[in-house]
Design a protein around this ligand. Structure first.
Ligand code: HPA
Length: 236
């Protein structure tokens, strides 16, 4: 047990997929895992552990923002000895060159967040993916013929703001899209010497105001889960 997760130590796999939304974690367990069991429901942050093919995986909720994923990913890595976390999320595209449903394997997360600096003394405001999962995810997508692009993204602390211009940190680091969690996940993995990757689907294109409907989000999730879960078979 950790402060925010009440699973027993053996109830969490060494590889964890984290979605922002607890109900998305439930959807993944119901649709992809066999012999799964709910192992945490503290704060309704649901975690399920079960089998994808012959691989034991845990899928759970990170919540929204660096503060929340910072807590869950830290406890998974440090208290449950998790080796690898793959975040599965959505992002807003800063450019109309990206289209709804495009899938991104995140190369590096740039942020104005002070999380990495004040948590771990990491001064950089751009943190790359950690470990081998990124390459395995890219190879897997190629093998199963699912288009996947790689680029930098902006991990913002802010969803609503008065200024509609793309923030400086995103422009400077050539970030094509924005989400709110990868930076803290990568920071924790870097400090703890663990593996972390982030797979994102474009759910909205900011300059054109296009958005996925909730049904479309579900379809996009299926494709992203397929890549992430097939990749887990080759990790470790
Ligand atoms: N901003 C931040 N996070 C997001 C967005 C966005 O527009 N879309 C999906 N996640």
């Amino acid at each position: 047990m950790s402060i925010h997760i009440n699973a027993q130590p053996e109830e969490i796999s060494k590889i964890v997929l984290l979605a922002g939304d607890p109900l998305r974690a439930k959807f993944i367990a119901e649709n992809f895992l066999s012999n799964y069991k709910m192992v945490n429901h503290t704060r309704n942050a649901f975690y399920f552990t079960g089998y994808y093919k012959d691989k034991l995986v845990t899928v759970g909720a990170s919540g929204m923002g660096c503060a929340s994923i910072g807590i869950y990913s830290y406890e998974l890595f440090a208290d449950y000895n998790v080796d690898c976390i793959i975040r599965i999320g959505t992002c807003g595209a800063y450019t109309s060159e990206l289209k709804l449903f495009d899938m991104i394997n995140v190369m590096a997360a740039a942020s104005e967040s002070t999380f990495a600096k004040y948590a771990w003394g990491i001064e950089e405001n751009v943190i790359p993916y950690q470990g081998k999962a990124f390459d395995i995810i890219s190879e897997t997508a190629k093998e199963i013929n699912i288009p996947l692009l790689s680029c930098n993204i902006h991990s913002s602390d802010i969803f609503y703001r008065k200024d509609f211009n793309i923030p400086q940190v995103a422009v400077k680091n050539n970030c094509l899209a924005v989400e709110m969690e990868a930076f803290a996940l990568f920071a924790n993995a870097k400090y703890l010497n663990k593996t972390a990757a982030t797979l994102l689907t474009v759910s909205d294109v900011i300059p054109t105001y296009e958005k996925l409907s909730s049904d479309q989000r579900e379809i996009s999730l299926l494709q992203m889960m397929n890549v992430a879960l097939e990749a887990t078979l080759k990790i470790q």
